[in-house]
Design a protein around this ligand. Sequence first.
Ligand code: GAL
Length: 379
Amino acid sequence: MKKKVVSVFLAMTMVAAMVAGCGGNNAASSNAAGTNGADTTGNAVTDDAAPADTEASDAADAAADAAGGDLADKKVGVCIYQFSDNFMTLFRGELENYLIEQGFSKDNITIVDGANDQATQTGQIDNFISQGVDVLIINPVNSSSAETITDKVVAADIPLVYINREPEESEEQRWADNGWDVTYVGCDARQSGTMQGELILDLGLETVDKNGDGKIQYIMVEGDPENIDAQYRTEFSVKALTDGGIEVECLSDQVGNWQQDQAQSIVANALGQYGDDVEVVFCNNDAMALGALQAIQAAGRTVGEDIYLVGVDALSEALEDVIAGTMTGTVFNDHFAQSHGAADAAIRFLNGEKNEYYIACDYVKVTSDNAQEVLDMVK
Ligand code: GAL
């Protein structure tokens, strides 16, 4: 049932892409993932995540059968960059459930918290290697550490599936050139940024331009700047507006590290400084949008009337806000497709099969029109 809903939404989604941004975060414009967009899909999760996910599940079932149903004996090590991250909490819960559904034993799945510290995570990877796990699924603390991580995991002859934080293109190319059992499963963050911009664009300049100066004044609250998701969402949300012919002015662009409390104080300060000139608040994720909403309400502003607010992830609380009109919209970051895709890729490796080096899935734009359906799906 969940899958059907996803496919209906995906049929309505549109991908654009390009450049821009304010606050000087253009580091991503020539980056890696640039060649890995929605059209360079892997064999587990494709542009239409729903049917592909079904196919992937079938493929995983077949792989499990072919492996003689012995997945229960396989040891899986999972490294998460930080347990306190809301979205990664949904992701790891779904990943564990799905691995168990596919036949792994709960006792053989070990999920560890990197506590947002690469040295801690590297130690955890070393431990997994010395314990002799059969496969590793890694959400790196720093994407830039991927080369070092890959080298040690490949040297130990353990297949590796990266999730959520995409390594550089040159790193992915290395896996391909060497024929290593390493892959990345995730979404193209440019698509989520574009959708955020479209959520505002679709309202029309007349609606959003409250001070009537012919342009849109906005605040940007960014996630961890080392993370390509933060870089692309910052860049492409604004680009969607400028591509749509709208003039923009960035009043403030600050790093909230994906955290609700940090975003709350950033937005409270920005509203204090720029007052009614703030027409739009872009947050790179929903946790920060929830913090922004607290600041907006404390400042006596009303979303949908005198200010507009968008996030990414489709956390339940944010979806409830979209339904209530206290958030303009969000973008569904499909943790089902991503976690299932990662598990299916791991199973294929365990079964001696190959994976594409990049396995993609799609985001879904969420407005008050479809927020209830998405909420029914994620709950
Ligand atoms: C993003 C997500 C954020 C945060 C981040 C961690 O995809 O939108 O909320 O979880 O991943 O890397």
